[in-house]
Write a protein that binds this ligand. Structure first.
Ligand SMILES: NC(=O)c1ccc[n+]([C@@H]2O[C@H](COP(=O)([O-])OP(=O)(O)OC[C@H]3O[C@@H](n4cnc5c(N)ncnc54)[C@H](O)[C@@H]3O)[C@@H](O)[C@H]2O)c1
Length: 354
């Protein structure tokens, strides 16, 4: 491996130009040496702004650069799988934005390609790296909340609908808020629960407001002709250990909060809420509560990128193991499949290799 870790970024949009490039600048022994975007102007302007020497418009060309050790994939969701597979074919390590893919089949394809290439695959679930997330995780490890029998997961917004085609055109996004932001709160809840095995899912997806004009989008207006995803999804999950979960995701709905991105875990000895950082329990007829203090973290995205770079350097395991991502995507895909079947429950069969 070259002295400095050499990075290629694929997709020069919002997440790449903000949190990712800033994250890479915080890794002293890494440098971004290439950028690719199908929009030449986007790739060139990012290269100019950040002194990136190599510019591409086709990721298949970027991954041919032998000096590159790892790629950071920041394209729309449906472009993740081909970019990840192209990178592993050229034996690069991969950090890829969420959702890693929108089907379990594709995530497993990536997992197999990573194993063949003997390279690291990490989903960019930055929420795991925030100060409150690591504090809640540590709190649960040191103050067991007992068996978690239920989780409540929210990723619901009042009027925050991302307007770029990559989010609302199903050919690019593969789903609406369920895949876009449901994945954040769900991944966080699953991680806090130590990734139990989901076995059955039911759910509904709806488009209640996005085709109308009553709710003004705080991020601007969107193209209704392009809009082909849900604006609301709900799901109910059964786990192998008997636990259950309810999940709600929306970009537009009548609620007080601009955004509620949260989860609550209910254990037999105590409950925790994230990101509120609240612990509740009771013993011998007395209720008690405690606040969980967040660790000091400036940027969860930067911590995520540092964790990826460290794992690549040390040959360590993926900081976000793909086996955990498979369960998360299985739940989200299950909600979509169930909704297509009018809300009928679907079996996930992850243990049977399906
Ligand atoms: N972790 C987070 O908090 C977070 C936040 C926003 C977005 N994301 C994820 O990051 C990804 C990108 O989101 P964004 O907000 O940057 O979107 P964006 O629309 O701002 O940028 C996407 C970029 O990818 C480019 N692109 C499209 N197809 C391409 C291809 N085949 N090859 C190369 N470039 C291609 C587009 O031209 C565009 O510049 C999505 O998967 C999204 O879910 C994550």
């Amino acid at each position: 491996m070259a002295q400095k870790l050499k990075i290629g970024i694929i997709g020069a949009g919002g997440i790449a130009r903000g949190p990712h490039i800033n994250g890479w600048k915080q890794v002293a022994d890494a440098e971004v040496v290439a950028v690719c975007d199908i929009s030449k102007g986007a790739a060139e302007s990012m290269a100019r702004e950040h002194g990136i020497p190599n510019v591409f418009t086709d990721f298949r060309e970027l991954v041919k650069l032998t000096e590159i050790d790892a790629v950071d994939i920041c394209t729309p969701n449906r472009v993740h799988t081909p970019a990840v597979l192209a990178a592993f074919a050229r034996r690069k390590h991969v950090l890829c934005e969420k959702p890693l893919a929108v089907t379990v089949r594709e995530v497993k394809q990536m997992q197999a390609a990573a194993a063949r290439a003997r390279k690291l695959l990490m989903t960019a679930q930055h929420q795991r790296f925030s100060g409150i997330s690591t504090a809640v995780k540590q709190f649960i490890a040191t103050h067991p909340i007992g068996e978690v029998y239920h989780a409540r997961v929210h990723a619901v917004r009042r009027n925050l609908l991302p307007t770029n085609p990559g989010f609302i055109d199903p050919a690019l996004s593969g789903g609406g808020p369920c895949m876009d932001i449901g994945v954040h709160a769900l991944d966080l809840a699953m991680w806090l629960m130590d990734s139990p095995m989901p076995v059955r899912v039911s759910g509904r997806m709806m488009t209640n407001f996005a085709m109308g004009h009553d709710i003004p989008g705080a991020w601007g207006d969107w193209d209704r002709k392009l809009f082909g995803v849900e604006d609301f999804a709900s799901g109910f999950v059964h786990f192998e250990n008997g636990a259950t979960m309810v999940l709600e995701a929306s970009w537009l709905q009548h609620q007080q909060e601009k955004e509620d991105m949260s989860c609550r875990l209910f254990g037999r000895k105590g409950g925790v809420s994230w990101p509120a950082g609240h612990y509740s329990s009771a013993a011998n007829g007395a209720l008690f509560d405690a606040a969980i203090q967040a660790h000091h973290v400036q940027s969860a995205h930067a911590e995520e990128i540092k964790a990826f770079a460290h794992a690549v350097r040390t040959g360590g395991p993926s900081p976000v193991p793909v086996d955990q991502t498979i369960k998360v995507i299985a739940i989200l895909e299950g909600i979509m499949r169930s909704s297509e079947r009018g809300g009928r429950e679907v079996a996930l069969n992850l243990r049977n290799g399906k």
